[in-house]
Design a protein around this ligand. Sequence first.
Ligand SMILES: [Zn+2]
Length: 117
Amino acid sequence: MAQCPRCQAQVDESELRPLMGEKVCEDCYIKLVDLTKECDPWASYVAKRTMDKQGGKLTADQQKLYDLVKVKQEVPLKMAAKELGWDESKIHQEVITLRHLELVKTKVLGPDTIISL
Ligand SMILES: [Zn+2]
């Protein structure tokens, strides 16, 4: 058995996937790969269309996250989740949406993902 360095899950060695110099379990890989790959133009287009339908406004949660990033300029994903009281899957989802809207950027630094403007 091997252990995922991110979520500490016990998984079979063969299930670990290489990601940025680490070997992580499939769940972490799926979550993180969205944050590491380049934004795809189609996803970006869809996110913008969705926002237009909402009257050009962010949802309340997206706005909260965006405000936090505006204040801090750069905030680690985990810290942002803590400040907002969200779990990791929730923050991933909102960050990815804001990224598609080209309001924030993400960069992965070791075990942390940094959200910035
Ligand atoms: Zn994991």
